[in-house]
Write a protein that binds this ligand. Structure first.
Ligand SMILES: Cc1ncc(COP(=O)(O)O)c(C=O)c1O
Ligand SMILES: [Zn+2]
Length: 397
């Protein structure tokens, strides 16, 4: 048995302040139902100067293992995730003086950033004895759980909206997962999953309904810190928001780094959502503490079709506390953004990632990003499963 030296101390609910030991399998807060977050001994991490150890290790997200929840190395389920490149984009004439970067999680196992959360959550869930695993998904989380569940030797069930492109269920089945198609959006898929799984003994890996996917996602923040700390941190990170784990995770990483005395100023977190489904941007602009469900949600970017994200207080907190903002883009702008990322910058992006690029002109016009700033776009997924010509026909129909 080899210990990871994890500094995990417990779990806490940030809404009702309940604290729990982290030594058993739990979902959300037993008192109020909100998200539970992992806590670490950050004073010890500071004493140990853990950040100095990271660069000596393999370029996977497990280099941050003191600040991840898995206790024993044998329980780490990995496909080599993490350590994705951040590349400088070509300067755009319409954004004079803006230094643009893109972090490319299209380069992850199973083609998206969802691998980060699932690698850590599946490792920890199996460490704590989960017999089988399930998740409602717009696609990418399902692909990632199917792969990591296979690797962990656990049965997996994926609940997908009925109109998910057929490649997704096909690939999930290739990893040995059972796939259930549900009419409606991810919201209905989640309701069906939770109803059907009652009493099944399956562990629910839905976004922010268990504590550890966000721990995997927070490594996005640690990687940004490691990549840019020696020059200058980005002034803003532009992130496509669906369920919001990415934003909550990056904000948690920045808070932990601040507690360890390593980060003074946080990058502004900028949320990009689609015109047809923008509950987070609407709540942010209206100064509300939580989102109201979006009526009649629609968009061709499946990962952003989340009408009622869970624990939205935490998402809004991440945006407000970093002095960030929100912006919406239209479906019709996505095919061109994907093509320009490919043809001008050599980047293959999913529609969700391309939405951050499509948002740039509006962000610049409104003064939310400015000349002289370093701006990091987060590409959350690969464009490999996408046909931009078909997407264009769909958005113009
Ligand atoms: C490619 C892609 N980008 C972004 C998102 C939204 O992610 P988050 O839950 O972190 O807001 C998803 C979620 O399905 C996705 O698949
Ligand atoms: Zn609570």
């Amino acid at each position: 048995m080899t210990l990871t030296d994890s500094l995990l101390t417990g779990l806490e609910c940030r809404r009702c302040c309940t604290t729990l030991p982290a030594d058993r399998l739990v979902g959300s807060c037993p008192t109020c139902g909100h998200t539970l977050f992992a806590t670490y001994d950050l004073d010890r991490a500071r004493e140990l100067r853990v950040w100095e150890r990271f660069p000596e290790r393999d370029r996977t997200l497990w280099r941050y293992r003191e600040l991840l929840p898995v206790q024993q190395e044998e329980n780490v389920v990995t496909l080599g995730e993490g350590g994705t490149p951040a590349i400088r984009l070509v300067e755009l004439p319409e954004l004079p003086g803006v230094e643009l970067w893109l972090k490319d999680d299209g380069e992850m196992p199973t083609g998206s950033f969802k691998a980060r959360g699932m690698a850590v959550a599946v490792s920890r869930a199996t460490e704590l004895g989960a017999a089988s695993l399930f998740v409602p998904s717009a696609g990418n989380a399902g692909l990632a759980l199917a792969a990591y569940g296979a690797r962990a030797g656990r049965p997996v069930r994926i609940y997908l909206p009925e109109d998910t492109p057929p490649e997704i269920p096909r690939i999930c089945r290739m990893y040995g997962a059972e796939v259930v198609a549900v009419p409606g959006t991810i919201r209905e898929a989640g309701e069906t999953a939770r109803a059907r799984e009652k009493g099944s003994g399956g562990f629910d890996l839905s976004t922010l309904r268990e504590p550890y996917r966000v721990e995997g996602k927070k490594t996005m923040g640690y990687e940004i810190f490691e990549r840019f700390r020696d020059s200058r941190m980005p002034d803003a990170v532009v992130y496509p928001t669906g369920g919001g784990t990415g934003l909550v995770g990056m904000y948690k990483a920045f808070q932990e780094l601040q507690r360890m005395g390593q980060l003074e100023h946080f990058p502004r977190l900028i949320s990009v959502q689609m015109e047809g489904c923008a509950p987070v941007v609407r709540a942010l602009d209206a100064g509300e503490a939580a989102v109201r469900p979006w009526e009649h949600p629609h968009t061709v970017a499946p990962g952003l079709l989340v009408p009622a994200p869970f624990s939205s207080e935490r998402i809004l907190e991440a945006l407000r506390e970093t002095h960030g903002s929100g912006v919406t883009v239209a479906d019709r702008d996505l095919p061109e953004a994907m093509e320009r990322l490919g043809k001008l910058h050599g980047v293959s992006a999913a529609p969700e990632g391309a939405a951050t690029y499509a948002a740039l002109p509006a962000l610049f016009r409104e003064g939310r990003i400015r000349a002289g700033e370093r701006i990091l776009l987060y590409n959350t997924g690969s464009g490999a499963l996408w046909d931009t010509a078909a997407l264009r026909r769909q958005v113009e129909a």
